[in-house]
Design a protein around this ligand. Structure first.
Ligand code: M6R
Length: 600
């Protein structure tokens, strides 16, 4: 999704803003641009990659803003790329989000202003131009402008002859980085992570005037103070550390991510968990239903969480694709807890579902990776999955960390609700403790998986089948393959094949079967027989040597108790990665996709 960066300091801003845009590339974009502001404003844009955007070396002004655009209103062209300017070219604006009333505003402005682009954003500089004509400060002009806007936005504005940058936030995330003699702007911290770890998260409704040594923040016209926080992520964690792609690096980081997810949260004897959340026991006992809202990979983690929670926490769980969610029916909001799973904490569909549940009166819990993200502010309570920064568009380490966190939540709820036995508690917690080691063993077998991926890379359609906890892993593994290889891939509940999809199975469609613990492998073997008799090659993912004789290729995984399907998922992440790599795909930036999807 779109990204914002900015710099006000003493160095030439062009190079620093350009690097900020490079850092934001992972979010997905189709065009990019920079505005540098001193006595005049200079704008540089490209339809395409940040690398094609010339670093404005001849321009040594020390104040600039930049943007990577993921088009919503108007084609991905140079004209539609941000920054957008007013008629004089003296005001430049970058914007994330959507201005819902832009057509109305544009109609009112059209007589006196010349519009160049098809974007909703362009109304903003023209509105600012109008207010500046009243001889007010840039801050006041932006305050008056934002009062006219409806929708969600994060904007950064520079103007010729005005010191610094004015930023505003309504829903879309925006933060400020504090360096030495320099101030940075980012839609997320990766925009400036190599410069500072001291940040201020702006809140919805905040408008701030930034200079190189100062930040003044206002909300509803009143000055406010916001804390300066220290980021836990550093530049090295956000870099590629020698791996060819972020995705591969992040796959390899999973043992560490899992250790972090559980660190300090399980007691020595594996008998209890401490999640550091403030959910009163009385409330947890009163819940009749948990509704999980999430999208994409996080939705699959939600399906996995349902398997765990229903089996061990004695509570009904429904899992909802966030964009389809509405709190309703005869559910009692006091007895329904709504859990939003989102690694970024910024997914618009998930935030909208969460807000819908809140309006209905339900208590909400966020499960996220991102400190200071919007979901942490909107939800009543938050649990962090502690995976560390995930840059690759394809979610990998955050999926396993989400499932690990869901396991902890299951044990916590199960114990409070007295629905989990001590034996199951220990089994789950020991499986969780064994997980990092088991995942490491998969990573050590990477070469075998790579060979298999190269063997099957020419196939154009792949089916994944699984049962119970193997089912969400089948869905997730299919999603991973399709998004980075562009091959058709689908996940099915293994028993469903014969109810329709079996018609698609031929010798050209490899079938990947989850034959692990906690996924009713013996039944899935019947479905393996069904596809084999139609000539399909089968890859079995299993820890059971006996299953090997039923399949053409085996991905051997170590035994890992009830969480074994998570280990299988890691093997299939590598499979997806190497199929895509064999096809030379843009693995970290798959076409049409964005890391953080901030529009509904
Ligand atoms: O940040 P979120 O977890 O809310 O993102 C939800 C989906 O957009 C995301 O999981 C997406 O499906 C993955 N990047 C796919 O690998």
């Amino acid at each position: 999704m779109c990204g914002i960066t900015g710099y006000i300091g003493t160095e030439p801003a062009g190079r620093i803003v350009h690097q900020g845009l490079k850092n934001l590339e992972y979010r997905g974009y189709d065009s990019a641009g920079i505005a540098l502001a001193g006595e005049t404003v200079s704008v540089y844009k490209t339809e395409g990659e940040v690398d094609e955007l010339p670093v404005p070396a001849q321009n040594d002004v020390a104040c600039g803003i930049g943007h990577t655009r993921w088009s919503t209103h108007g084609e991905p062209t140079e004209t539609n790329a941000h920054p957008h300017t007013d008629c004089s070219g003296d005001v430049a604006v970058v914007h994330n989000g959507i201005i819902e009333n832009y057509e109305e505003l544009k109609a009112a402005l059209r007589d006196q202003h010349i519009f160049k682009s098809d974007t909703d954003t362009e109304v903003i500089p023209h509105l600012i131009e109008n207010h500046l004509a009243d001889d007010v400060s840039l801050l006041t002009a932006v305050q008056r402008t934002t009062a006219q806007l409806e929708g969600s936005f994060a904007i950064a504005v520079t103007a010729a002859g005005h010191d610094g940058v004015v930023v505003a936030r309504e829903d879309s995330p925006l933060l400020v980085g504090h360096g030495e003699n320099a101030t940075f702007i980012g839609s997320d911290a990766t925009a400036f992570i190599e410069h500072t770890d001291q940040v201020t998260y702006l809140e919805s409704g905040d408008i701030a005037r930034l200079t190189r040594e100062d930040i003044e923040i206002y909300n509803a016209g009143e000055p406010v103070t916001r804390e300066i926080e220290t980021l836990e992520w550093d530049a090295e964690a956000a870099g590629k550390s020698g791996y060819e792609h972020y995705m591969l690096k992040e796959i390899h980081e999973q043992p560490r991510a899992l250790r972090q997810a559980i660190s300090g949260r399980i007691d020595e004897l594996a008998t209890s968990v401490d999640l550091d959340i403030d959910l009163p026991a009385e409330y947890l006992r009163s819940i009749e239903e948990i509704q999980i809202v999430a999208c994409g990979t996080s939705y699959h983690a939600g399906l996995y969480a349902k398997e765990l929670l229903e089996a061990h926490a004695g509570v009904r769980v429904t899992v909802h694709i966030a964009s389809e969610y509405e709190f309703g029916g005869d559910r009692d909001p006091w007895r329904t807890m709504v859990v939003a799973i989102t690694q970024s904490g910024e997914t618009a569909d998930t935030l909208s579902a969460l807000r819908n549940a809140k309006r209905a009166g339900a208590r909400t819990l966020a499960v996220t990776n991102t400190l200071g993200s919007t979901v942490t502010r909107d939800a009543d309570d938050t649990v962090f999955i502690r995976a560390g920064p995930e840059i690759g568009v394809a979610a990998t380490k955050t999926f396993v960390s989400q499932v690990a966190t869901a396991t902890l939540l299951t044990v916590h709820l199960g114990q409070v609700r007295q629905s989990i036995t001590s034996q199951t508690t220990t089994e789950l917690l020991e499986s969780l403790r064994d997980l990092p080691g088991a995942v490491q063993q998969i990573l050590d077998r990477e070469a075998t998986i790579k060979d298999a991926a190269e063997t099957y890379a020419d196939s154009e359609s792949f089916f994944y089948i699984g049962r119970q906890a193997g089912y969400p892993v089948a869905l997730e593994s299919a999603l991973k393959l399709k998004e980075i290889s562009y091959d058709h891939a689908e996940g099915f509940a293994a028993g469903e094949l014969k109810h329709g999809p079996l018609a698609l199975v031929t010798p050209e469609t490899p079938v990947i079967a989850l034959l692990t613990n906690a996924s009713a492998a013996e039944k899935t073997l019947n479905n393996v027989n069904e596809v084999e008799s139609r000539g399909a090659p089968v890859i079995g993912v299993t820890s059971d040597p006996a299953a090997t004789s039923h399949v053409d290729t085996t991905f051997d995984i170590p035994e890992c108790g009830p969480l074994e399907p998570v280990v299988a998922n890691v093997a299939l992440q590598l499979f997806a990665y190497y199929v895509a790599d064999a096809k030379d795909r843009a693995i970290d930036k798959p076409r049409n996709l964005a890391k953080s999807v901030t529009v509904e």
